[in-house]
Ligand binder design. Structure first.
Ligand SMILES: *[C@@H]1O[C@H](CO)[C@@H](O)[C@H](O)[C@H]1NC(C)=O
Ligand SMILES: *[C@@H]1O[C@H](CO)[C@@H](O)[C@H](O)[C@H]1NC(C)=O
Ligand SMILES: *[C@@H]1O[C@H](CO)[C@@H](O)[C@H](O)[C@H]1NC(C)=O
Ligand SMILES: *[C@@H]1O[C@H](CO)[C@@H](O)[C@H](O)[C@H]1NC(C)=O
Length: 411
């Protein structure tokens, strides 16, 4: 009896706490999609001296409704426009023993396949100084068939993962974009003495590869991480950071952690931004006027995590003439883990892989909501309008939502 009434009281208190102070469309739980939970920022602005506060942003997630993942955590009603009336979020493939789905997600519209790379460190990464990371793909057509067979709801499915047999020049893939002219753009961290590089890779066998860049005026990069094309141009912008060394598969770093621009027309390479702790993901606004660079300084490989270092997304203006990144400012500091790689949608909302799944911000920096997975995501990709494919190390999730994709082109 006591247990029953305290449960009922807790449920009422929780409901009041979650829905208080919001516009009626959001207050009314029936207006929320079935996998969405509204968490009003008013409801946790003051927790009180007796509350249990989080002390570890890398282990403790922020899930005040104790909802079972995966679900959509909504902080602002504009997230409901992104989700649309009947969004779903589910795992579409999983392998609990291997971090096969870390980064470099690329959707190939020609085949409706998504390519990605495994983790190049960590207990489940299976790659180290002696072992290369693995690039694989899944078929979204196979996902669609499996979802249809699973019936209504958002039950997980488990489609097959196909490993690519890539040339030896591709060592420790960590980022990717495209495809451009039908070729994947991969960026690699290198392994041991083998240099980090940017390469074009044929998505179909024999996966022939053209390396575009593997040094800076004769010096190797530290370990290249992420790459994007500046919208409206064919210039490649990429980050270099010390994680290869910090994960024990690259020599001691010889250059600052910084952001570079590569011009495929001339092969000229230059620095466009520095002053980072550990620059990691790179994303452009749809019109190319703003660059976002994540700084994952709080995660340090063998140095461990340090919550007083950045878990921050910086925004910059992109100088139209020089392409230098100017007017650096904080865009967001993430509440859980770090923001790693990400994408924008057609409206310029920013989606990034974080410590609890993927988080979404409006262009003004408002945290709108999360694709709450209960586990970390390092990156994600739009697979056309309405489909977001989220890397989650030992699993891949698919979110089917209303947002439209930002279409990248390579003139
Ligand atoms: C916090 O806990 C103390 C000790 O149990 C209690 O006296 C106090 O009323 C509590 N404060 C609040 C705000 O609940
Ligand atoms: C999915 O299938 C693969 C084999 O194709 C298997 O290794 C894995 O354990 C399965 N995942 C789940 C969650 O059952
Ligand atoms: C792979 O080879 C084909 C056929 O020669 C060519 O068209 C394509 O550009 C090559 N791709 C790369 C990335 O080298
Ligand atoms: C965490 O980082 C801060 C700032 O760089 C540094 O002062 C501190 O010593 C670091 N703490 C640990 C435990 O490494």
């Amino acid at each position: 009896m006591i247990a029953m009434s305290s449960v009922a009281t807790a449920v009422i208190a929780l409901a009041a706490w979650v829905y208080a102070g919001q516009p009626s469309s959001v207050q009314n739980p029936t207006a929320l999609p079935s996998q969405a939970v509204f968490v009003d920022p008013h409801s946790f602005a003051v927790l009180g001296a007796n509350a249990t506060f989080r002390t570890n942003a890398f282990g403790q997630l922020f899930n005040p409704t104790n909802t079972t993942p995966p679900f959509f955590q909504v902080f602002h009603q504009d997230f409901l426009k992104i989700l649309g009336p009947s969004p779903t979020l589910r795992a579409v493939t999983a392998n609990p023993t291997f971090a096969f789905a870390h980064e470099a997600p690329i959707w190939d519209p020609a085949t409706d396949e998504v390519f990605f790379a495994s983790n190049d460190g960590g207990a489940l990464g299976m790659s180290d100084i002696d072992h290369n990371s693995q690039v694989s793909k899944i078929s979204l057509a196979e996902v669609a068939t499996a979802i249809k067979a699973a019936g209504p709801g958002a039950a997980p499915v488990n489609v097959s993962v196909t490993k690519l047999d890539l040339p030896d020049t591709i060592q420790m893939t960590n980022g990717g974009t495209g495809p451009f002219d039908g070729q994947l753009v991969l960026i690699t961290s290198g392994r041991g003495p083998r240099p980090p590089s940017i390469a074009l890779v044929n998505p179909t066998p024999p996966h022939n590869t053209t390396v575009l860049l593997d040094n800076f005026f004769g010096r190797q990069f530290n370990s290249l991480n992420d790459i994007k094309v500046l919208p409206g141009t064919n210039k490649l912008f990429f980050t270099d950071v010390t994680y290869g060394f910090l994960n024990h598969f690259r020599p001691a770093p010889l250059m600052p952690n910084q952001v570079y621009r590569f011009d495929p027309d001339t092969s000229a390479v230059r620095v466009v931004a520095d002053g980072f702790d550990k620059c990691n993901g790179i994303i452009f606004s749809p019109d190319g006027s703003v660059a976002y660079v994540t700084d994952t300084g709080a995660t340090g490989g063998f140095l461990g995590s340090n919550q007083t270092e950045p878990a921050t997304i910086y925004a910059f203006d992109v100088d139209r003439k020089t392409h230098a990144f100017t007017n650096r400012r904080v865009f967001a500091f993430v509440d859980t883990g770090i923001a790693d790689g990400g994408q924008v949608d057609a409206a310029g909302n920013l989606y990034a892989g974080c410590g609890d799944g993927a988080q979404v911000w409006a262009p003004d920096g408002t945290l709108l909501g999360k694709f709450f997975l209960g586990t970390l995501s390092a990156n994600l990709v739009f697979a056309g309008d309405g489909r977001v494919v989220i890397m989650a190390e030992t699993a891949i999730y698919l979110a089917e939502i209303a947002a439209k994709a930002h279409k990248v082109s390579f003139p």
